[in-house]
Design a protein around this ligand. Structure first.
Ligand SMILES: *Cc1c(COP(=O)(O)O)cnc(C)c1O
Length: 369
């Protein structure tokens, strides 16, 4: 007999993974069927339908990429970009920097627009950059998990559409927590991940493309540089033909199916409302204790609160103590924010009153010294 893991009982309030509902964990231990079994094909179909629902899109194409959120990012960029293509990337945090790295590896000409950490882009900034460069695509992060800022999309999306460019949006942290509304925001390619506000373990990256994006894919002069992430082949696997490409991770697709059904049962609007209510509760408590709010006012994410410390409180030491003494996981800051902020995740199943009250009491303990 293999000994059971000696697992700590963590409360996941970091930058993801979030807590996973027990029923999702249960379906992951269900027996496997073959990946071309009629039963599994039905799960694949359902997952596509459920993804259209959470993305709020009429797009036919909506699949989970086998891989984490970064695989979704890489899929979006390497299918849309060929060597020499221009892309405007808005950089205001860690994940947009990752986009730039990937786009450069695709041989694209990257035009960077910048904002301070914690701040969001104005439509004029994008409009100007598009006029100057005539770039083929614009890429932005909707919910910048490294800073806590929520990027408004609709006005920028409209501008990108008017200029006939492609709008690529990272909705890894936002999907299921705030409205992503792919169609209403003029998003052409949108990707996410399972382990943030969808509350499914890490391992799949939901992705959707509209007709404009599919046309760009069909009009490529060169093959997509990644074999595994080539959407031409993935389309045939997930479409009517079911042509074998790779073995879809069976258990993860069970988990996604169950996780998305839970989202549907709660209802998207109700889910957004819960994230906001729980986030407000947490924020009030933190402000009362003297924490500062880091992200730009009016553009703060509900599911990821970034706070600066009250005087005399060491961010990293207290964070470690919260983990070791109270089993609470918060995330720390990246780069220049390292040691300066906490990033508190209230994503999906983790966004509960129970977690907020427990965390606030624990924070009181570790900061009163
Ligand atoms: C977490 C995250 C990613 C990367 O996802 P992984 O699942 O860690 O690969 C990308 N973008 C944003 C905004 C994220 O929060």
């Amino acid at each position: 007999m293999v000994e059971a893991f000696d697992l700590p009982e963590r409360i996941l309030m970091g930058a993801g993974p979030s807590e996973v509902p027990p029923s999702v964990l249960r379906v992951m231990s269900a027996p496997l069927v073959g990946h071309l079994d009629p039963y599994f094909l039905k799960i694949m179909d359902e997952n596509q339908t459920l993804l259209r629902y959470v993305f709020n899109t009429k797009n036919e194409f909506a699949i989970p990429i086998s891989g984490t959120g970064s695989a979704g990012m890489e899929t979006a960029l390497c299918n849309m970009l060929e060597s020499g293509d221009g892309i405007i990337i808005g950089i205001n945090g860690l994940f947009s920097m990752r986009m730039k790295d990937i786009a450069e590896r695709c041989g694209a000409k990257v035009h960077v627009i910048e904002q301070q950490l914690g701040r969001v882009f104005e439509p004029e900034q994008v409009e100007e950059a598009l006029k100057e460069t005539g770039a083929k695509a614009v890429a932005l992060v909707h919910a910048e998990t490294s800073t806590g800022a929520c990027q408004p999309l609709q006005d920028i999306g409209r501008i990108v559409r008017e200029k006939d460019a492609l709008f690529i949006v990272d909705a890894v942290t936002s999907l299921g927590g705030v409205p992503v509304d792919v169609d209403a925001n003029y998003i052409d390619i949108c990707y996410s991940a399972t382990q943030k506000c969808l509350s499914v373990p890490p391992g799949l990256a939901p992705l959707t493309l509209n007709e404009r994006a599919l046309e760009a894919l069909e009009n490529r002069r060169t093959k997509v540089q990644s074999w595994y992430l080539d959407l031409n082949m993935l389309r045939n696997y997930w479409g009517d033909e079911r042509t074998y490409h790779h073995t879809a991770p069976i258990s993860m697709n069970y988990a996604l199916n169950q996780g998305l059904k839970i989202v549907q049962e709660e209802g998207l609007e109700e889910r957004y409302e819960r994230h906001k209510r729980i986030s407000d509760l947490m924020t009030e408590g933190l402000v009362e204790m003297g924490f500062g709010l880091f992200a730009q006012e009016g553009h703060r994410l509900p599911m990821l609160i970034t706070v600066t410390m009250p005087p005399g409180v060491d961010a990293d030491r207290t964070r470690l103590e919260l983990l070791q003494r109270y089993n609470i996981e918060f995330a720390g800051g990246f780069g220049e924010l390292k040691g300066k902020i906490w990033r508190i995740g209230l994503m999906g199943h983790s966004a509960s009153e129970k977690n907020v009250y427990y965390a606030l009491s624990a924070i009181k303990k570790v900061t009163r010294k």
